[in-house]
Write a protein that binds this ligand. Structure first.
Ligand SMILES: *[C@@H]1O[C@H](CO)[C@@H](O)[C@H](O)[C@H]1NC(C)=O
Ligand SMILES: *[C@@H]1O[C@H](CO)[C@@H](O)[C@H](O)[C@H]1NC(C)=O
Ligand SMILES: *[C@@H]1O[C@H](CO)[C@@H](O)[C@H](O)[C@H]1NC(C)=O
Ligand SMILES: *[C@@H]1O[C@H](CO)[C@@H](O)[C@H](O)[C@H]1NC(C)=O
Ligand SMILES: *[C@@H]1O[C@H](CO)[C@@H](O)[C@H](O)[C@H]1NC(C)=O
Ligand SMILES: *[C@@H]1O[C@H](CO)[C@@H](O)[C@H](O)[C@H]1NC(C)=O
Ligand SMILES: *[C@@H]1O[C@H](CO)[C@@H](O)[C@H](O)[C@H]1NC(C)=O
Ligand SMILES: *[C@@H]1O[C@H](CO)[C@@H](O)[C@H](O)[C@H]1NC(C)=O
Length: 478
């Protein structure tokens, strides 16, 4: 049933109908005189069944823990997985909660005036095993706290809203992490593992204790219209971390963060090598980042399952440390290859290009000193940057150079206090064309005719053609 029929069916006399047509996305809302709202949203699939968190004892007072309400709602609604699926609506209010799991053929919808508030009670984040591809927790050896919203081994899960908020209340976690008082890895805000068909969209994520959005061992992931905000000095508040995932589309997101805005990963040293699951076929587009101490898009440092076929376009960076940064090192093994970036616009940058071959950071002493990463086929084109301190710092690995680097049509305007050496290159090989200031000797200029353009694939990834459906819901129980 379409929303206009739903509005009529509810026999209301005063109907407010708002319709925005913005490309493919539209938004319809109608409010009944009784105050309940009918709304539409776009998602990979719509659901036959619908429920409100309040039907499971939820209290939106900002004080009562809703962990059990969320979990009993999800457990109940999981029964509809084979009968058209279900959506759980979080209505306006402040919903304090610890970690809970979501289920298959399920949508969690967070109303624009709803805030999921992560509890400060650590016992509401049960400990779980480290990721098999990491072998160890990222903050401390051994176990890790469950993420606020978790999903494992699912098919078809949607976490969305009309810009509803999830507030991780991370400040005490950042303090404890910095004071080395944590024996376990901090929770993430959203972690979906071993799942197929995942959508995370139209939310505001605030103050995560650590990473914000972590799809790991997933296929067919769509992440769009997220606003992710954390203080620029907060510890490890990465925006989005696609990790050992295939077919991922990240678009129209805005991230302000204390760490990398996007960090593409695939496992850590010997554990990642033996797990062997790459991140591949990833598109990132229309993305804006502010991260003064980190990268707009990092590839690594954990890349031991390999990273390949990453395409990024129409990226805006403001006051960030570097644009795309490759981070790797001895012991990581695997590869970063077939990376394509075009149309980046950057203002106030320490480095435009950065590759780090000696990142260090190992899970333990068991890494293989002969496991050298293979970095090749890195293509950057059509980039404008201003107020830049240093154009490029490109450090490969001695005896294991990073090859097939191509940089074309790049204009970099320097800051008032630039570095004397603008391009510092070691252990790399590649070419350049129409780049200013002039690159290092290891990136000689190709000068035939008007020069050349670095490659960008002309084909589309399968995930780019996935169309979203228009679904509807209501903030009153039926
Ligand atoms: C959530 O899922 C994880 C992984 O399957 C499991 O270990 C945990 O017990 C689940 N939590 C709840 C509350 O069901
Ligand atoms: C989830 O799937 C993975 C990979 O198939 C499997 O190893 C793991 O045991 C499953 N976990 C659960 C909780 O079912
Ligand atoms: C999601 O965000 C986009 C961009 O702001 C907007 O066009 C769309 O209507 C939003 N969807 C919902 C359900 O709010
Ligand atoms: C969503 O909310 C955030 C935080 O209030 C705001 O900055 C952002 O502009 C909002 N996005 C949309 C599409 O309304
Ligand atoms: C961490 O472990 C140490 C040593 O076992 C212990 O003294 C300390 O209380 C633990 N800290 C927390 C926060 O559990
Ligand atoms: C240029 O960058 C410097 C930091 O290198 C910053 O302090 C300054 O505000 C920036 N200027 C403009 C105009 O953005
Ligand atoms: C060079 O890059 C700029 C900035 O992205 C773009 O506007 C321009 O069209 C590019 N030139 C060519 C020949 O592709
Ligand atoms: C250039 O990079 C190399 C390798 O990282 C470093 O040892 C050297 O100090 C750098 N030179 C300058 C002038 O920054």
């Amino acid at each position: 049933m379409g929303l206009s029929q739903l509005c009529k069916k509810s026999h209301v006399f005063e109907i407010v109908l708002v319709l925005f047509i913005l490309g493919l996305s539209r938004k319809v809302e109608c409010v009944t005189p009784g105050g309940s709202e009918l709304f539409e949203y776009s998602a990979i699939s719509c659901r036959k069944h619908s429920a409100l968190l309040t039907e499971f004892g939820g209290k939106g007072d900002g004080k009562t823990s809703n962990t059990r309400a969320f979990q009993s709602a999800v457990n109940h609604l999981s029964k509809f997985a084979s009968d058209g699926g279900a959506q759980l609506i979080v209505p306006p209010g402040k919903w304090l909660t610890g970690s809970f799991n979501v289920t298959s053929h399920f949508t969690l919808y967070i109303h624009k005036d709803a805030v999921l508030l992560a509890t400060l009670d650590e016992s509401e984040f049960p400990l779980i095993a480290p990721l098999p591809s990491y072998g160890s927790g990222r903050d401390a050896p051994g176990g890790r706290f469950s993420s606020l919203i978790m999903g494992t081994n699912l098919t078809d899960v949607v976490i969305t809203g009309d810009n509803g908020t999830i507030d991780g209340q991370g400040a005490p976690w950042w303090v404890k992490y910095r004071a080395k008082q944590l024996n376990h890895t901090r929770p993430y805000l959203i972690e979906i593992m071993h799942s197929n068909e995942v959508q995370i969209s139209n939310l505001t994520l605030l103050n995560s204790p650590s990473w914000n959005v972590h799809p790991v061992y997933c296929r067919n992931v769509i992440i769009q219209w997220l606003t992710i905000l954390a203080p620029i000095d907060s510890a490890n508040t990465d925006g989005i971390d696609p990790d050992s995932c295939t077919n991922v589309r990240i678009e129209d997101c805005f991230v302000v963060s204390g760490d990398d805005c996007i960090a593409v990963k695939s496992g850590w040293d010997q554990y990642g090598i033996s797990f062997g699951m790459p991140t591949q076929h990833l598109i990132i587009r229309r993305f804006t980042c502010i991260s003064p101490d980190s990268a707009v898009i990092a590839l690594g440092s954990e890349m031991s399952g390999g990273i390949q076929d990453v395409r990024a376009e129409d990226i805006t960076a403001i006051n960030s440390q570097s644009g795309v940064r490759i981070k790797t090192g001895i012991g990581r093994g695997a590869y970063v290859k077939d990376i394509y970036v075009r149309r980046m616009n950057m203002h106030t940058m320490k480095y435009v290009f950065w590759m780090t071959g000696n990142y260090g950071s190992h899970p333990d002493d068991g890494f293989d000193p002969n496991a050298l990463p293979d970095i090749h086929g890195i293509h950057y084109r059509d980039i404008v940057a201003e107020n830049v301190t240093m154009a490029a710092r490109l450090d490969g690995i001695q005896g294991d150079p990073f090859t097939g680097i191509c940089i074309s049509n790049v204009t970099i305007k320097l800051s008032e206090t630039p570095k004397e050496l603008q391009w510092n290159c070691t252990d790399i090989q590649g070419v350049s064309s129409r780049v200013s200031p002039q690159p290092c000797n290891l990136l000689p200029e190709k000068k035939s005719g008007n020069g050349m353009d670095c490659a960008f694939p002309a084909d589309k990834l399968a995930i780019e053609s996935v169309q979203l459906k228009i679904c509807s819901g209501s903030t009153s129980s039926t």
